[in-house]
Ligand binder design. Structure first.
Ligand code: PLP
Ligand code: COI
Length: 340
């Protein structure tokens, strides 16, 4: 199979139209057979539920080419389950996990020419999503839904690749107590856009959102979870019911504990204790693992000892091990790397 003629090493994190996408429809209480299409457009009724009451959920995972030339995805079973959890919270019909996995496989295989080659630093971003497709005008769940998967080749999420970020503590909340912060619903991202634009206008790379009830604990950014390394070298992970349970963060916790022999603590992290940490980073499918050099809380600068030049040594080790497993260079736990 011949690869597309793209400048793989210089891709940004953007969308381009690829050859095939997967589509399935839910109608009369059941999902249809589904399949691939080459049509990238979606045509819906003007009153479709997605447009008015924002019934939409999505996922994000990546397909890579390993060192020995296989196309693989990383722990897609966790995305399948998380999407079912998201669906239940928004009163949408869950797309069954086994069908999710088959659909990912089918759409990645069909777009194999778009999967970046090993060593390019790029990957194929896989975006499953589902939305209310039938008309609703009173506030209630729709009767019909569409599940789709698009794929697009991507480079690094943050401009300029992996370099320490400067993050500001946001004055806005991305989630509500007992709300939808723990699921992957488009509405959470709409909520975060004003904060994102404001942070950028003020020269910051991203926001640190705080817990919406007390605004004293660290939550996450608009698209990634935080990780911290304390002065004893322990991995500290913020615990909260209103952040997304990141597949990357859960994998890093296992890598730290079982492969690198580190101590791992998952607990609420106070904004007030940030200056006690040696290293800080953000992690997610799109972001992978990115170091944070500085957090600014209304003029108060918290500079991590790891500095603004490079990744701290512990986060570097976590990054190398995780990406080594994803690329097939390091043997990871059974079932993590899924061959297409
Ligand atoms: N937090 C938010 C709000 C996200 O959108 C994402 C991205 O999916 C993450 C965290 C990281 O999650 P994952 O590692 O599963 O991609
Ligand atoms: C992902 O990491 O897959 C996400 O969905 C985050 C998004 C901000 C790109």
């Amino acid at each position: 199979m011949e690869k597309k003629n793209l400048d793989w090493a210089n891709l940004g994190f953007g969308y381009m139209t690829t050859d095939y996408r997967y589509v399935a429809n839910y109608k009369n209480g059941a999902w249809d057979k589904g399949g691939l299409t080459d049509d990238p457009t979606v045509t819906l009724n003007e009153c479709a539920g997605i447009f008015h009451y924002c019934q939409e959920i999505f996922e994000g995972l990546k397909a890579y080419t390993t060192e020995d030339g296989h196309i693989v995805t990383f722990r897609p079973d966790l995305n399948a389950v998380r999407m079912m959890d998201s669906a239940k919270r928004l009163e949408m019909p869950p797309f069954p996990a086994e069908r999710f996995l088959e659909a990912v496989e089918e759409v990645v295989k069909a777009n194999a020419a778009w999967v970046p080659p090993y060593g390019s630093g790029a990957s194929l971003y896989v975006r499953p999503y589902m939305f209310a497709s039938s008309p609703v005008i009173g506030v209630k769940p729709a009767d019909e839904y569409q599940f789709r998967i698009l794929v697009t080749p991507v480079g690094p999420y943050f401009k300029g690749g992996v370099h320490p970020l400067t993050i500001c503590v946001s004055d806005f909340d991305r989630a509500a107590p007992h709300g939808t912060g723990h699921i992957k619903a488009g509405l959470n991202y709409a909520m975060s856009l004003h904060a994102y634009v404001t942070a950028h206008q003020n020269g910051y790379d991203e926001n640190m959102f705080l817990d919406p009830a007390t605004r004293t604990y660290v939550e996450e950014t608009g698209g990634a979870n935080f990780i911290f390394i304390d002065k004893e070298g322990t991995l500290v992970i913020p615990k909260s019911d209103s952040i997304l349970p990141s597949v990357t963060r859960r994998s890093i916790a296992v890598v730290a504990k079982d492969i690198l022999g580190m101590k791992v603590k998952e607990r609420p992290v106070k904004l007030a204790e940030l200056s006690d940490f040696a290293e800080c980073g953000v992690c997610g499918t799109a972001a992978v693992v990115c170091p944070v050099g500085k957090v600014v809380d209304h003029g108060r600068e918290i500079c991590f000892p790891s500095g603004m030049e490079s990744m701290g040594p512990v986060i570097q080790k976590l990054y190398d091990t995780l990406t080594g497993i994803q690329m097939g260079k390091i043997e990871g736990p059974a079932g993590w790397v899924h061959k297409i």
